[in-house]
Write a protein that binds this ligand. Structure first.
Ligand SMILES: [Zn+2]
Length: 314
């Protein structure tokens, strides 16, 4: 069996473990993401990798590489984090591959978190067996990954597939990327919650008096038949379906996988999106596409990160 170290660096936690080629996690460690960013994260990462390397050697496991997935903009060819994310302090302009190679001789692969999730999805998840795949991760933001001819689509330096920042309404609300009406402003958790809060506030006319809701709570209200939540969900589905149809037109995928925190327990969202796209787009392109719910676990970021060792590394 082949083994590698996978590391998933997120806004709240860093998860690192020893992963087999088949996606089994043999051993893992979790630490909170240091608040001060850069130096503390690099130090934490070093300790994790050293611990795991030691564990592997004690258990007679030969490691073949280290794969890292991180939030932010990554150049996978140089193993460099270009710019970070609002969720992690001071996490940009870092030659991460070089840093790790200063204490480990193993090959190091670095990519953004949604690309490695897409790898996990295509190797082991809902898109297993497909070679033209689109993944959307709906969470705090909306991230994307594209597999074309069986490989991640990279673009010039690895920045391709920012699918969440495709605008679907040029008169829409301003996204935190600076663009207007991005898919993210329809289908991310904070925006779903914001729409509901705005609707409620407009009726009550007093912002202070209204408790703010999460997207999870909006969905709970939707299932109870609440008229505001119904309106918010309809807007979300129209936005999401429009984005998905645009992507189908451009990439002609076999399958579109929707995952991320917003899609937790989200088969009903898949069903509504499917219904919506029946009336949208070019039939020859849209009709045959599978729209599926991600079936990955909490470890999938870690597993996908490790998979870079064998699939599509750089
Ligand atoms: Zn945007």
């Amino acid at each position: 069996m082949e083994y590698s170290i996978g590391v998933d660096i997120g806004g709240t936690k860093i998860l690192a473990g020893i992963v087999s080629r088949g996606g089994e996690v043999l051993y893992k460690q979790k630490v909170p993401t240091p608040k001060m960013g850069r130096n503390d994260i690099l130090q934490e990462l070093k300790e994790l990798i050293e611990n795991l390397t030691q564990w592997a050697s004690l258990n007679d496991i030969t490691l073949q590489g280290i794969g890292i997935g991180t939030a932010g903009q990554v150049n996978p060819f140089e193993g460099k984090i270009l710019s970070g994310t609002a969720n992690i302090n001071n996490w940009g302009d870092i030659y991460l591959q070089q840093e790790v190679n200063s204490y480990s001789d193993l090959p190091v692969y670095v990519d953004n978190d949604v690309n490695v999730l897409t790898l996990a999805e295509a190797e082991l998840g809902a898109a297993k067996g497909y070679h033209e795949v689109l993944c959307l991760a709906l969470g705090t933001g909306v991230g994307g990954g594209i597999i074309s001819k069986g490989e991640l689509l990279r673009g010039a330096w690895g920045g391709a597939a920012e699918l969440g920042h495709m605008t679907i309404n040029f008169d829409g609300e301003q996204c935190n990327c600076g663009f207007r009406g991005c898919l993210e402003t329809y289908a991310s958790g904070p925006w779903i919650a914001k729409r509901m809060n705005d609707l409620r506030n407009a009726v009550k006319g007093n912002k202070e008096a209204v408790v703010s809701l999460t997207s999870e709570e909006v969905f709970r209200f939707y299932h109870l038949g609440d008229p505001f939540a119904t309106k918010v969900v309809q807007t979300m589905i129209r936005g999401l379906a429009t984005g998905v149809v645009n992507l189908i037109h451009i990439f002609n995928p076999q399958i579109v996988v929707l995952g991320g925190g917003v899609m937790y327990d989200g088969q009903w969202i898949i069903d509504l999106v499917k219904q919506e796209i029946q009336s949208l787009g070019i039939r020859t392109l849209v009709d045959d596409v599978k729209i599926e719910l991600s079936n990955l676990s909490n470890d999938s970021g870690l597993i996908g990160a490790a998979l870079q060792t064998w699939v599509n590394g750089r």
